[in-house]
Design a protein around this ligand. Structure first.
Ligand code: FE
Ligand code: FE
Length: 268
């Protein structure tokens, strides 16, 4: 029988709690605060050290994986490579979850720690407008702390139709953090726009899977969304509890890192 992914009907209390806390506390104000906190980029760390450090992190929101994140990184990258997609996309497979390194600077109180991860992992949603009931656990939408704010609880909220996904605020998590890291001038890289788009929105399932945010799409988004749906297959369907022989593939991916990044380290 085929494995079913993203089945939330029988998940652990930890997964549910992660979503409840995210839905409740990820407000416009909270997101603004986190963007500020995580925009200092004052810690220099080797890319491989980031990836290896994710070895000690288990994503508490993921119902499909009980392996450390580094295994997921290799599995995603290798499957993209096997299917003959461009090398930048293979590299995105490897690095797309590196934003979870925020736990090094994070705290459990703000959902960015090793135990509490509600502002780090799990599906994201757009803040500053009404929450769609296509989010997982839509019954949690009623706890959202912005839900009674008339500025933020209409269909468009603080945004304009067609404003573009680049101009909305998503709930804070590893997607936005890594995107911001890679956009900083200290972290010079030649990753194409498509790569940055995948990194920034891969957890926004209500957008790329449920199509609930089409009203905000710009012409650019209409070009880009196909990359998200393509990537998502690999993010999900490469998941298995089989570990990859890392020594064999490490050299290959090191060449890709050297090709696309000016330095072997990042400021996070
Ligand atoms: Fe992710
Ligand atoms: Fe992932």
């Amino acid at each position: 029988m085929d494995t079913i992914f993203r089945d939330y009907s029988n998940v652990s209390d930890a997964v549910k709690e992660n979503y409840l806390l995210a839905r409740t506390n990820q407000t416009v104000e909270f997101v603004d605060k986190m963007v500020k906190k995580y925009s200092t980029f004052d810690k220099k760390i080797k890319i491989w050290d980031i990836l290896d450090s994710l070895n000690t992190l288990i994503d508490v929101s993921d119902p499909d994986m009980s392996l450390p994140n580094i295994e997921h990184a290799y599995q995603t990258a290798e499957k993209i490579r096997q299917d003959g997609h461009p090398d930048w996309m293979q590299l995105v497979g490897l690095i797309h979850d590196m934003g979870k390194i925020m736990y090094l600077k994070g705290t459990d109180e703000t959902g960015t720690g090793k135990k509490k991860q509600w502002a780090m992992v799990g599906d994201t949603f757009i803040v500053g407008c009404k929450l769609p009931d296509t989010l997982i656990f839509p019954e949690y939408n009623k706890y959202h702390l912005d839900k009674d704010n008339p500025l933020y609880n209409t269909e468009l909220g603080i945004y304009k139709e067609g404003c573009g996904l680049d101009n909305v605020k998503c709930s804070w998590g590893h997607d936005e953090y890594l995107y911001r890291i890679l956009m900083d001038s200290r972290n010079s890289n030649t990753l194409p726009e498509e790569a940055l788009y995948i990194i920034r929105f891969h957890s926004l399932y209500a957008y790329h899977d449920k199509k609930s945010y089409n009203k905000f799409m710009s012409e650019k988004d209409k070009q880009m969304i196909n990359y998200l749906t393509l990537f998502n297959q690999y993010d999900l369907y490469s998941k298995s509890d089989i570990c990859i022989d890392k020594n064999q593939v490490r050299l290959y991916y090191n060449r890709l890192i050297e090709k696309y990044f000016k330095n072997s380290y990042l400021y996070i």
